[in-house]
Design a binder for this molecule. Structure first.
Ligand SMILES: Cc1ncc(COP(=O)(O)O)c(C=O)c1O
Length: 307
């Protein structure tokens, strides 16, 4: 890929010019909040669709509020910035983007000045066709009153990094976190779902998880309306993982990524289950606009619209 240009504080700049001061809180303490979202190319419509951009901007605002950040951009400005970064780079393929609000000043308690950049990049599907071997991590998901996962700050992701590297060192692909109550939380950067006794189950939003936009999409639309199956939101015990029929991670980056085994217990037949398969293909149809329902979730980049 020729490097895409980055939108940084109002301008499209080459990657090498998108730099931060080494003494900034952003570099030293990872004092930032961010969103990760995908935009999908629809050949028939000749359009790039940003999926649930308005919801990502709302969550970015919530993270900024919790971190006491101020940035001089309205949601409309950010919407225009996303359009600019995609159309300015003439992107006509699926991309993943990070929208990052950061603190450029030094100091642990610095809140200003803050800046913002948008970095589009290619990001392949997490798994093609196959699925993940997961383990229950011995690291605990950080709790809401310590380092809240609801707040999407780069610094929080050290928790996921520790667990992911441990999982890989132990011969697994990805960890599953338990929370401070010993119940299932989520993956390092994705929400957890399982199928148990024929029902689709996911932890509640009070389980020390990110309030995932993909999770909401599956709960509000994909599962009930495409599959005809409601999602049960409840606490999940560790041992339930071992006897689940199916499981998967979901997220803007992960999309729907099957889990084949947990702590070496195969789930179901140890292959991608039928419910996971249907959810995955329904989700991909929706985000790309093959399924025309919920057009308000697909923000066009090239056609002029308001958010
Ligand atoms: C920690 C964590 N949990 C869950 C998710 C899934 O969230 P979303 O569906 O909004 O991308 C992500 C992805 O950003 C994440 O980083």
């Amino acid at each position: 890929m020729a490097d895409f240009k980055i939108w940084m504080n109002g301008r499209l700049v080459p990657q090498e010019q998108a730099v931060l001061p080494v003494n900034s809180a952003a570099v030293f303490y990872a004092t930032n909040v961010f969103e990760g979202l995908r935009a999908y190319w629809n050949e028939r419509d000749g359009e790039m669709y940003g999926f649930r951009l308005a919801d990502h901007l709302t969550r970015l605002r919530e993270s900024m509020k919790m971190m006491r950040f101020t940035v001089p951009y309205s949601d409309d400005d950010l919407f225009e910035a996303v359009r600019t970064v995609l159309s300015g780079n003439e992107v006509r393929e699926d991309v993943h983007m990070h929208l990052v609000a950061y603190v450029a000043a030094p100091g642990l308690d610095a809140t200003t000045p803050t800046g913002l950049y948008i970095n589009p990049r290619k990001r392949p599907r997490v798994m093609e066709g196959n699925g993940l071997k997961c383990c229950v991590s011995s690291w605990t998901r950080t709790s809401d009153n310590a380092i809240p996962i609801r707040l999407k700050s780069g610094s929080n992701y050290q928790n996921g990094r520790l667990a992911t590297l441990q999982a890989r060192a132990d011969g697994y692909d990805q960890p599953i976190f338990l929370n401070r109550h010993g119940q299932v939380a989520e993956g390092s950067g994705a929400t957890f779902f399982m199928v148990r006794k024929g029902r689709i189950v996911t932890p509640t939003t009070s389980s020390d998880i990110l309030e995932s936009i993909t999770r909401t999409t599956l709960i509000e639309y994909v599962c009930p309306e495409v599959l005809g199956m409601d999602v049960v939101e409840r606490s999940i015990d560790r041992t339930e993982l071992y006897v689940a029929e199916e499981a998967f991670f979901c997220g803007s980056g992960y999309e729907v990524t099957p889990i084949l085994s947990i702590d070496r217990f195969p789930l179901g037949k140890g292959e991608v289950g039928p419910v996971t398969k249907r959810i995955s293909s329904a989700y991909l149809d929706l985000v790309r606009g093959v399924d025309r329902k919920h057009p308000e979730w697909r923000t066009p980049t090239y056609k002029k619209v308001t958010l």
